[in-house]
Design a protein around this ligand. Structure first.
Ligand code: ADP
Ligand code: MG
Length: 728
């Protein structure tokens, strides 16, 4: 019997697997399932190839004729690789990725079958998208949105489907996804940064933002996860007494990776390699069963796509190994949760990292320009940056002494602080030749090229300079990096645009030399953005007070943090940078608030179910056992039983009290939920969930955890922390 494509594909993947084990060379497999430049050269006409390249580089449009040619080439490649379906792969505001598969297979009017895929199918699709969140942009009458091809992120084959990265927009043009705003932000920062980079090198034509994320996650036996209602539905444990052994011994961090986990990692890395995701490092993290994976950095849009794809692939491969991956920011109380550091920089098409100190004063002036502008941008829009990492699950981490606080500040290290202090002393206006020499030789010229290992790693800072890039440390493990990246690149675009204007005025009107003008503006920025620089302990209570004095925003929870998105200043900023309209900002805010409400609502419901249907019945069972025992002792000892049964009576009393309290609190929580549900405005509702419903979670948990400690192990209805975290 002839093999079908799927069998052939499976076999070839099997062969790959063997070969990787034999040769161990991942570079041979890199990008095997990606329609990258090499495949384009092979499968596209040279005209189509050039057009795609210029679409990637200059953002030029691809017309229908070329789209047809590209589709033809993509199809030929995909079929040769055994693909049977194609899909527009997009990022709705739910935070996950979405896809709807269509077969290449089609029947012609004459009844003949063939594989069909043309420019029309490549460029645009209409998913039946009425149930994706839109924050009110599409009411049910105009429920349609469409997905449109993003040629800057290459198509790839996952399993037997050709996946085409796309944006998702309403018919009226508003973004219904996270990718469209990101692409606009990246375009804005490209334009602004290119103009500034040209002060230093006329040959620069393009600047792209780079992103290297570090993905933390837990890997837990699948059946154990499924055994717990809370973990399997909400991604985190809502109750659970701490395990006697947690992370206090620090014996997991960078320890030997357990064999079963290693088998998962090897398969994952191979799959990633073939999908063109350049994963590079893997290691154990601080908490038991916690790990981290990081790639080589890439252009930000591609890197965002790769992170989303990675998360999908991880879930699938984990499943094959009978694991479940937990991306939730705080799956277990008492041990660290997971984050996703976003390492960010700007790079030119001439191969220069604009945030990397160089070997000459000129290069360092360029470095300082981008460095100081980043500081200024973050200072001006710190609250927006905070908003971009707000979510119900990330609220558990920010400020909980394992991740930076929800107060944004920048850490740059002692050496660079000294440099900025010296620059601040530069005199206003024209510089004397001596001043210039002094500045160039002794200040700018002295920035060591390799700061990398010198930059003190202050882990408590939410935004740290780490030698040749900034690292955003408050991003949650589950999050789509598109959100913080859209924000960061938008504020950077705005800042660089303003900078250019100010410098040009000094050059044109005040007749300053370019470097003088640059120094002058930077000096002002250094002065005015001082409050954002903080080198101390971000976890300390003193910092909260200090931050208040500095008038930095301190938005502790998601409903508070999201407010700023639609402030007058934010609307003006996003409009000026052409990244999001007011309607889009409102819609995105509405979706985020809605997601917050749903998360807390679901957690509340699940917690209620656990209390009424599991915890109280288990406690009653144990109560009965105690009663039976006490009754028996009474029968034997008569009045003297009180002494013999003293401990039992005491436990009985405690169990009774906890049952009473946990029931009462759960009833109150249900009432609070009802009241919150009655509210119309998302804003008010989210606040009600945050301030009136959520506080019950911890109170209820306290009684549950106490009961867990009291009740016979055989009666406790949930898998315990110890079992989840330490079973091999
Ligand atoms: P750590 O875990 O100590 O923060 P790692 O070396 O594990 O540091 O991670 C560094 C991350 O920074 C990697 O994901 C890497 O790709 C990324 N990175 C390095 N240089 C850049 C850059 N110029 N732009 C963006 N990301 C970068
Ligand atoms: Mg890091």
């Amino acid at each position: 019997m002839p093999k079908n494509r799927f069998q052939a594909l499976a076999e070839s993947r099997h062969r790959d697997h063997k070969s990787i084990n034999e040769s161990g060379r991942r570079s041979d497999l890199f990008g095997k399932y990606v329609f990258n430049e090499e495949k384009m050269l092979q499968f596209l006409t040279s005209e189509a190839f050039d057009k795609v390249k210029s679409a990637i580089f200059q953002g030029t449009k691809i017309d229908r004729k070329i789209a047809d040619q590209v589709a033809e080439g993509m199809k030929a490649w995909a079929l040769s690789m055994g693909a049977t379906h194609y899909t527009h792969w997009f990022q709705p505001l739910t935070g996950a990725t979405a896809e709807k598969h269509d077969a290449f297979f089609d029947i012609l009017p004459n009844g003949k079958a063939m594989e069909k895929f043309g420019g029309a199918q490549l460029v645009q699709q209409e998913p039946d998208a009425s149930s994706f969140p839109s924050g009110g942009i599409r009411n049910t009458f105009e429920a349609r949105g469409y997905t449109a091809w993003d040629p800057t992120s290459p198509a790839f084959i996952y399993k037997t489907t050709l996946c085409i990265p796309t944006i998702f927009v309403a018919y009226t043009g508003e973004a219904l996804d996270n990718k469209a705003p990101l692409l606009r932000a990246l375009h804005a920062v490209d334009q602004a940064a290119t103009a500034v980079a040209q002060y230093f090198d006329k040959n620069v034509r393009k600047v792209h933002a780079t992103l290297g994320w570090e993905q933390e996650y837990f890997l837990v036996d699948k059946s154990l996860v499924n055994s717990r209602l809370d973990l399997s539905v909400t991604g985190r444990t809502l109750v659970g007494s701490f395990s006697a052994k947690g992370q206090q011994l620090d014996d997991h961090y960078f320890g030997v990776i357990p064999p079963r986990v290693l088998a998962f990692m090897i398969e994952l890395e191979k799959e990633c390699t073939q999908l063109g995701i350049p994963v590079k490092t893997r290691h154990n993290e601080v908490a038991p069963n916690q790990f981290e994976l990081a790639p080589v950095f890439e252009e930000a849009n591609l890197s965002v796509d790769h992170n989303l794809l990675l998360m999908d692939v991880m879930e699938e491969i984990a499943d094959r190994h009978n694991f479940a991956v937990l991306f939730h920011e705080k799956p277990f109380a008492g041990i660290n949760g997971s984050g996703k550091h976003n390492n960010w920089s700007l790079a030119t098409d001439t191969g220069v990292n604009l945030l990397s100190p160089g070997s000459t004063p000129m290069k360092n002036l360029q470095f300082l320009t981008f460095f100081v502008n980043t500081i200024k941008a973050v200072d001006s829009y710190e609250e927006l940056l905070r908003a971009s990492i707000a979510s119900a699950s990330n609220d558990h981490r920010l400020g909980a002494n394992e991740a930076p606080p929800p107060i944004i500040s920048i850490f740059i290290g002692g050496q660079l602080n000294d440099v900025l202090d010296e620059l601040e002393g530069v005199s206003k206006g024209k510089l004397s030749p001596e001043e210039k020499t002094e500045l160039k030789l002794n200040v700018v010229g002295k920035i060591p090229e390799i700061l990398l290992d010198n930059t003190d790693r202050n882990r408590t800072s939410p935004f740290a300079f780490t030698g040749n890039k900034f690292e955003m440390r408050g991003v949650g493990a589950k999050m789509n990096c598109a959100k913080p990246m859209t924000m960061l690149n938008t504020i950077m675009a705005k800042q660089l645009t303003d900078f250019k204007k100010e410098v040009d005025i000094l050059i044109d009107k005040k007749k300053l030399k370019k470097d003088e003008a640059v120094f002058n503006v930077l000096r002002e920025y250094i002065k005015t953005s001082k409050r954002i620089r903080f080198e101390g302990d971000g976890y300390g209570i003193e910092w909260q007070e200090e931050a208040r004095r500095r008038k930095l925003s301190y938005n502790k929870n998601t409903p508070e943090a999201l407010q700023v998105i639609t402030s007058k200043e934010s609307v003006a900023l996003f409009k000026e940078m052409d990244v999001m309209s007011e309607v889009e900002l409102k819609a995105h805010q509405e979706v985020e608030l809605g997601a917050y409400i749903f998360h807390i609502q679901i957690e509340g419901r699940i917690l209620g179910e656990m209390v009424y249907n599991h915890i109280i019945p288990a406690a009653i069972k144990y109560q009965n056992l105690l009663l039976e025992n006490i009754q028996g002792l009474k029968d034997v000892y008569g009045a003297a039983h009180k002494k013999v049964a003293e401990s039992q009576l005491n436990i009985l009393e405690q169990v009774g009290e906890h049952i009473y309290e946990i029931k009462k609190l759960s009833d109150e929580m249900a009432d609070a939920r009802k009241r919150a549900n009655g509210m119309q405005l998302s804003n008010k509702k989210a606040q009600a969930y945050c301030n009136n419903v959520k506080p019950y979670f911890d109170k209820i948990r306290e009684h549950s955890d106490a009961l867990e400690k009291l009740i016979a192990d055989e009666f406790w209805p949930f898998t315990k922390y110890r079992e989840i975290l330490f079973s091999k």
